[in-house]
Structure formats: structure tokens, C-alpha cells
Design a protein around this ligand. Structure first.
Ligand code: NAD
Ligand code: WQD
Length: 338
């Protein structure tokens, strides 16, 4: 059985759909600080299968012990974490506590129960401001530009050291680039609690009229049109990347530490994203150019070849698919899960 931490969140819920549809047995744990039980109810609607769920916190060792004692878990897909970069700059301790101490506690309890396979949600943020693009996994990590990215880097290092110390461990670290989009049913998607921080949810809320206009953070970067370039990846592709990672781990014992990029290899600018969303939605997305956002970088996109070589996985959805599915989710659920 697979334990899915943070499975009631955006990427976790999409992964649970793919897992259930391919016949995996799983249990979701989530403290619902940013996820919702409603997302899991909708996962059940999409898949026609019940989702086993226990509410609780990965920092709570006793809760985790109960989970491991009562379920035959062999692998952990570890999504649970906080992920708002601006907040991590304002309250770094909250990020180190939740993301680093939380993962540490999880690994301690896993070791107690001799469960030593973990797939971890890392981020392109570990590369900081990359020396060149596309970014390969052997590029320098750790020069992070915010505490969120640093928390991901610290967990990566911790997992690497655990694997070095004990040959029974396998830690597959998946470095996501910029996840966007939603399930093609329009039933589940990204549901920001507040004003969105990320580009595509912001654009979607402007298009539907919840926000007046997009602020484009800087137009003087060294990019195709001066706006920031990122590697946007459809969340369903990302979810399937986790199934590929599980397949890869299934036949091994003690594979050690490995980090793999999950991206498309394509970079799109902010203005290209605006135009593509307007085309997919038929709505206008008014915007204004404002100052750069502190900590932002010019360009970030993956070299995705390792994922192909190691996991036989590649992203299959294109930009149009990402925009169409984001708009379907946004227009069918203007208030998210509420
Ligand atoms: P999300 O907030 O939608 O999902 C995270 C889930 O974890 C939420 O449901 C939340 O309630 C839960 N959670 C948080 N802290 C917890 C704790 N201490 N105990 C139990 N549950 C807890 O975010 P997401 O976008 O689905 O991200 C999933 C993972 O992927 C995170 O680790 C995130 O850092 C990482 N990631 C996300 C992105 C992105 O842009 N969305 C990019 C790279 C990496
Ligand atoms: C994308 C582009 C902005 C909002 C971070 C993490 C990454 C992943 C996603 C978690 C940039 C521009 C944005 C807006 C804008 N998350 N923008 N106006 O910063 O690339 O990536 O979140 O792990 O790892 O590093 O994502 O969506 O915030 O920004 O112009 O209102 O859109 O400047 O060029 P980012 P983003």
C-alpha cells in the first residue's frame, strides 16, 4: 500500500486519481491546512473508487505510528508541505518546521517500521538562479533565493544522507518545474485560499472577473519579450511522473538517492502565457507591467532527458491543453471547492 502525504492538495489529488485508475492501493493523510476533503470526494467521483483518508499532521509522530501500525505501507509519496514563497520569506521558521522537521519526523517513523522507499516533491527552486538553461540534474543546487527553496534543498540533503547511511533506503526526489492545469473533467484543480501567488491561477481569476488585472513582474529580463520564462507542466503529466517513479522503485531494494527533473523542456514567457490563456478562454486578460518581484529569476526550464531515460516518462500535454483545462476548472468552479 502507498501512503500519500498531502494527498488532499493540488498535485496530490491529481496523483491519487492516476493511482486509483491504475489499480494502486493507497491511503491519504493530510492536515487540511491547504487541502480539502471535498477534493477527495471529487476524486472518488472521477474514479468511482473510495479514497481512504485520515486527517493528521506529518509532524505528529504518534499519529504517523498509528498509520504505519495499522496499514501495510511499503512506499511513501510525500507531497505534504507548505509552498508559498512570499510567506516563506516572512515566516521562515514555519517553513523549516513544516517542510524540514515534518519530513524528518516522517522519515524517523518510516525507519521505525522499516519502510524505506520515499518519493519526495522537490522543486526547481533548489537550483536557485541557474547558471544556464535548460537545467540538468547535476547543475549546482543550494543557491536558493528564498526559505521555501532552501527547505526543499535541506530535505534533499537529508534524504541523500539517509540513503548513504543505510543501503536499504530508496529516495526518489522529483524536482517539479511549474505545475499548472487541472483534471480534464474540470472537477479538481488548484484552489488558492487567498489571492493567488502563482501566474496561471492569477490569470484565470482575472479572466473570470474576480481580479481586475494581472501585474506582470518586470519586462526587462533577458528573455524573448523581457518577461520571465518558465517551464509550465500539466499537473496530470506530473501525476503520471509519480506512477513512473513508483514503477522504477517497485523492482528495486535500496536504490539510494536520485533526483529527477519533471518538466517539459519548453519555456514560455509571461506574455505568451497571457495570450495563450486568452485564446483558450475567449476572455480578455488585462495586465500592467510593474517592477520585478524580488527573488525572481529570468529563465527557468528543465532538461527533461533523465526522466525519459530513467522513468520512461515524458510530458504529453501541450500549452493549449494546460490552458483549456485550467479554464474548464476555473469556469466550472469559480469559488474553487467552497
Ligand atoms: P498543496 O498545498 O495544494 O498540497 C499540499 C498538501 O499538504 C495540502 O493539502 C496541505 O493541507 C498538506 N499539508 C501541508 N502541511 C502538512 C502537514 N504538516 N501535515 C499534513 N499535511 C500537510 O500544494 P501542491 O501544489 O499540491 O504541492 C504539493 C507538493 O509539491 C509540496 O511539497 C510542494 O512544495 C511541492 N511543489 C509544488 C509546486 C507547485 O508549484 N505547486 C512546485 C514544486 C514543488
Ligand atoms: C511564474 C512567472 C513571475 C505572478 C515558484 C517556485 C516553483 C514552483 C512554482 C513551488 C514569473 C510571473 C507571477 C504574477 C507575474 N513552486 N508572475 N505576475 O516563481 O516561477 O515558481 O512557484 O515549488 O518551484 O519557484 O512561479 O507562478 O509565481 O511565476 O508576472 O502575478 O510569472 O514573475 O516570471 P515561479 P510563479
Amino acid at each position: 500500500m502507498i501512503l500519500v502525504t498531502g494527498g488532499a492538495g493540488y498535485i496530490g489529488s491529481h496523483t491519487v486519481v492516476e493511482l486509483l485508475q491504475s489499480g494502486h492501493e493507497l491511503l491519504v493523510i493530510d492536515n487540511l491546512c491547504n487541502g480539502s476533503a471535498e477534493s477527495l470526494r471529487r476524486v472518488a467521483e472521477i474514479t468511482g473508487k473510495e479514497v481512504a483518508f485520515q486527517e493528521g499532521d506529518i509532524r505528529d509522530a504518534d499519529f504517523l505510528r498509528e498509520i504505519f501500525r495499522n496499514n501495510a505501507i511499503d512506499t511513501v509519496l510525500h507531497f505534504a508541505g507548505l509552498r508559498v514563497i512570499g510567506e516563506s520569506i516572512r515566516v521562515p521558521l514555519r517553513y523549516y518546521e513544516n517542510n524540514v522537521v515534518g519530513t524528518l519526523t516522517l522519515c524517523q517513523v518510516m525507519a521505525e517500521f522499516d519502510v524505506k522507499k520515499i518519493v519526495f516533491s522537490s522543486s526547481a527552486a533548489v537550483y536557485g538562479d541557474p547558471a544556464s538553461v535548460p537545467i540538468r540534474e547535476d547543475a549546482q543546487v543550494g543557491g536558493t533565493t528564498n526559505p521555501y527553496g532552501t527547505s526543499k534543498y535541506m530535505v534533499e540533503r537529508m534524504l541523500e544522507d539517509i540513503c548513504l547511511s543505510d543501503p536499504k533506503w530508496s529516495a526518489m526526489v522529483l524536482r517539479y518545474f511549474n505545475p499548472v492545469g487541472a483534471h480534464s473533467s474540470g472537477k479538481i484543480g488548484e484552489d488558492p485560499n487567498d489571492i493567488p501567488n502563482n501566474l496561471l491561477p492569477y490569470i484565470a481569476q482575472v479572466a473570470i472577473g474576480k481580479l481586475p488585472k494581472l501585474s506582470v513582474f518586470g519586462s526587462d529580463y533577458d528573455t524573448v519579450d523581457g518577461t520571465g520564462v518558465r517551464d509550465y507542466i500539466h499537473v496530470v503529466d506530473l501525476a503520471r511522473g509519480h506512477l513512473a517513479a513508483l514503477d522504477c522503485l517497485a523492482n528495486t531494494q535500496g536504490a539510494g538517492f536520485e533526483a529527477i527533473n519533471l518538466g517539459t523542456g519548453n519555456g514560455y514567457s509571461v506574455l505568451e502565457m497571457v495570450r495563450a490563456f486568452e485564446a483558450a478562454s475567449g476572455r480578455d486578460v488585462p495586465f500592467q507591467i510593474v517592477d520585478r518581484r524580488p527573488g525572481d529569476i529570468a529563465k527557468c526550464y528543465a532538461d527533461p532527458r533523465t526522466a525519459m531515460e530513467r522513468l520512461s516518462w515524458r510530458a504529453e500535454h501541450n500549452l493549449e491543453d494546460m490552458m483549456r483545462d485550467t479554464w474548464k476548472w476555473q469556469s466550472q468552479n469559480p469559488w474553487g471547492y467552497r
